[in-house]
Design a protein around this ligand. Structure first.
Ligand SMILES: Cc1cc2nc3c(=O)[nH]c(=O)nc-3n(C[C@H](O)[C@H](O)[C@H](O)COP(=O)(O)OP(=O)(O)OC[C@H]3O[C@@H](n4cnc5c(N)ncnc54)[C@H](O)[C@@H]3O)c2cc1C
Length: 429
């Protein structure tokens, strides 16, 4: 199974090649009844399934491909800190108190994820350290302020400003002008986490079905009905956890969450290049079309980026990413690329998570905008907390009241393509 090709995203990932055993789950065969039905088997859906099942709620989870074939099993693995936007940016929009509450929630999400992995003995290759770096001059003041504000106003003392020299030393590249180093977070092998999480959800009693695509969501007999080619699930509550893979299943979600392709390449092990990321941190840069990279546990460079908004072949991806690697690390000009793959990030207009009741009893959660490794896991848990009446922290995300893309589900793609192409051009000047 190390050659498994996701039917919904291009390329076989290095994660797939190194995850070890990846159990399969049977397709649904015949109709079912459940308290809660979940559409989508990534981090959001599986965490919700785990927590609900553990609390005695009957749960059916339907995944159209295999668990993790969407973004969750194929991403850059960077946990980050806070929300996608820096807290000082969020503060401008929603005020200090709410910004602080969202920052604190992200810290809880981080802690939760590490504790979850430890409790379930999931070795997800956690490696500490992350750096945000500036690809243009003129950001020094903002980056310095970012570290200071985090410490003074957000109670987060783990950020430190790096000048150009330190940035060059810690990245092993002279491509960047300055940066902020975060010693309070890290990066993981996302598919190892996904596989462990799926096991935990099944052991807790969740009924999980792969290769079972939901083709329609409708109301009937006071329940919500999920149609598939092999039967219907009837449930009191439904969670839509399809993120960037929603397609046309449900129009409100599709109008708010836009899929954007993101692509990663893995090199052969970097023997003979000890100056590349000597401290093992992950890096994300300041481009609008972010470049993100880190070393794997077996010393490869996993480099993500690329600025083309339609999917294409793994060979194409490898060639594009190779150019970006060489721009950053000229000494790697002869390095071999062994794996190249992509996936869809679900983004929203303000780059904030989308949480909404889209039909009676049907909640949609996603749109983490490239910052979902911690937040999707935690949001799945928060959904279960809300349903079982233990807490309603999900309300803080819901209150963000994310607007839809102009043009709704049909026109949003061409409009966004134009906007993103413009921003990608701006990254170059
Ligand atoms: C290349 C890439 C790099 C990324 N890097 C980072 C990173 O470094 N840090 C970070 O924080 N975030 C990153 N992200 C984002 C992060 O991976 C996501 O935010 C997170 O995994 C979302 O999880 P999810 O469960 O909501 O969605 P997904 O994991 O995308 O899962 C959605 C699932 O729904 C299923 N589905 C869709 N429609 C149906 C249907 N009709 N019936 C049944 N099933 C259906 C899909 O098959 C899919 O498995 C990256 C994403 C990508 C693609």
């Amino acid at each position: 199974m190390s050659e498994w090709q996701s039917p919904i995203a291009p390329g076989i990932s290095w994660y797939q090649a190194t995850v070890g055993e990846r159990p399969t789950y049977p397709a649904m065969d015949g109709s079912k009844v459940a308290d809660v039905a979940i559409v989508g088997g990534g981090f959001t859906g599986l965490q919700a399934a785990f927590h609900l099942a553990r609390r005695g709620v009957s749960v059916v989870l339907l995944e159209g491909a295999r668990l993790g074939d969407g973004a969750s099993g194929r991403n850059g693995g960077q946990m980050g800190t806070g929300q996608r936007a820096w807290p000082e940016e969020l503060e401008q929009k929603i005020g200090f108190e709410r910004s602080k509450a969202l920052f604190d929630m992200a810290e809880q999400a981080k802690r939760y994820l590490l504790d979850f992995a430890s409790e379930h003995q999931i070795d997800m290759d956690y490696t500490p350290g992350q750096m945000n770096v500036a690809h243009k001059p003129g950001y020094e003041r903002d980056y310095r302020a970012n570290a200071e504000i985090a410490a003074k106003r957000y109670g987060y003392p783990h950020l430190s400003f790096m000048d150009r020299e330190e940035t060059a030393e810690r990245t092993g590249s002279r491509h960047y002008y300055c940066g902020v180093r975060d010693t309070g977070t890290g990066h993981i092998h996302p598919l190892k986490l996904l596989v462990g999480l799926a096991r935990a959800a099944q052991s807790a009693g969740a009924h999980i079905h792969e290769m079972t695509k939901v083709t329609a969501i409708r109301r009937g007999d006071g329940k919500t009905l999920l149609d598939t080619a092999r039967g219907t699930v009837s449930a009191d509550r439904v969670l839509i956890a399809t993120n960037g893979y929603i397609e046309k299943l449900e129009p409100v979600t599709a109008g708010h969450i836009m899929p954007i392709g993101s692509f990663i390449a893995a090199t052969e092990p970097l023997d003979g290049h000890p100056s590349v990321l000597p401290g093992g941190e992950a890096v994300a840069d300041s481009r609008f079309v972010v470049r993100y990279f880190r070393k794997s546990r077996d010393n490869r460079l996993l480099f993500g980026g690329r600025e083309v908004y339609s999917s294409s072949s793994p060979e194409d991806t490898a060639n594009f990413i190779r150019r970006q690697i060489i721009e950053t690390y000229p000494a790697l000009k002869d390095i071999r690329i062994t794996h190249a793959w992509g996936g869809y990030v679900g983004i929203t207009m303000p780059r904030q998570p989308f949480v909404r009741e889209v039909m009676p009893g049907v909640t949609s959660i996603g749109g983490y905008s490239g910052h979902g490794v911690m937040l999707s896991n935690f949001s799945g848990k928060l959904y279960a907390d809300r349903l079982t009446g233990t807490a309603n922290a999900l309300g803080d995300l819901e209150a963000l009241d994310v607007p839809s893309f102009p043009g709704g589900a049909n026109l949003r793609k061409p409009l966004l393509f134009l906007a993103l192409t413009w921003y990608a051009l701006r990254d170059r000047v």
